[in-house]
Design a protein around this ligand. Sequence first.
Ligand code: PEP
Ligand code: MN
Length: 423
Amino acid sequence: MSRPPQPEAGPAHRLLADRLAAALARPVAQQPDWPDPERAQAVVAALSRAEPLVTPAETARLAERLAAVAHGEAFLLQGGDCAEAFAENTEAHQRANLGLLTDMAAVLARRAGRPVVTVARMAGQYAKPRSRPLDARGLPVYRGDLVNSIEPTPAARTPDPSRMLRARADAADAMAVVRDFRTGTRARPDDDGELYVSHEALVLDYERTSLRADLGGPEPRLASGLAHFLWVGERTRDPDGAHIALAELLSNPIGLKLGPRTTPEQALAYVRRLDPHGEPGRLTLISRMGHTRVRAVLPAIVEKVTASGHQVIWSCDPMHGNTYTSAGGHKTRALQHIADEVSGFFEVHRRLGTHPGGLHVELTGDDVTECLGGPRGLTEADLPARYRTACDPRLNAEQSMELATTVAELAAAGATDREVRLR
Ligand code: PEP
Ligand code: MN
């Protein structure tokens, strides 16, 4: 049955506008301190008039695919740069990242015998949460190209709201590359040929600019036109803060990063708020515990959430809990630790009978030397050669493929266990 057209200022729209204003009025972490707030507001107004980057039909299709992941029938692969950078927004870089993701998806699908839902960290991943406000030089820290420049001068590090316009234009260009790439790969038998985009919903002056009422779900919500999937990061998941309140309002599928200090009770409280209607796959819990802690911390969280009956997606980010600084001063990660966290994640879910449904990774198809190990056995001495990331260290193509093979084997072993149990 089709609904009559909704008047733009109907009660549901007013309710949503009020709820959005209340969400944005909450305490908010990790926001740029724009030196000229009037200019920032003018940019927000301009962005609010821009065309959305994704369509409601695409986002609805992703929600359906994620329901299949939550039911244990498919696997979620999410990955891309830690931070997209304007200078790296070339078609070659984007195609290299998309090509790597689809190659990984093909290995996973073939070996684990399940479809893979592929979600790029792309077309909006321009803002970064930071642990400290100042860098080692005492300058305001780089917060991503959406906010300031990585160049270490006071002027370059001053937040500039015009950067949000550039980010939106570059995101539109990236989205065009994604659509073109998707058309070229639709014939592959091992996936459904669809590619989705995602980023961390961090800078709220950017995120608030493409929200439209979505009255098609279990309650009136706001659909973001900036990405198919948005997630809330480890540093902005204050239950009283604006980011969680905004995520509650979104109709897009959403993710939430969970670090090693998360308690089972906290996890359950997030799940109740972010998935109040029990929609399978609406919420992806992305654990990033570190390889030494995942086996100890994750089980109680999984048990508590599973007992509540909510069908979340359990995804593993084996990157952010395994970062350290090399002797030469490079932020790095060892593939061995990354693979060990994924193994621990699979062990936990295998033991509890839950579906280890997803992998969330920072990677690039470019031939960088940012993480250690892999087929060429990169060591700390190799890092300076091609260390190019604007933020966190990424797996290169061969390291990513090695990880995909490891994950595919873990997933295939799990599938066999289940078949044996069912017989
Ligand atoms: C990230 O995904 O780049 C990130 C900052 O992760 P987290 O919020 O888990 O630290
Ligand atoms: Mn990162």
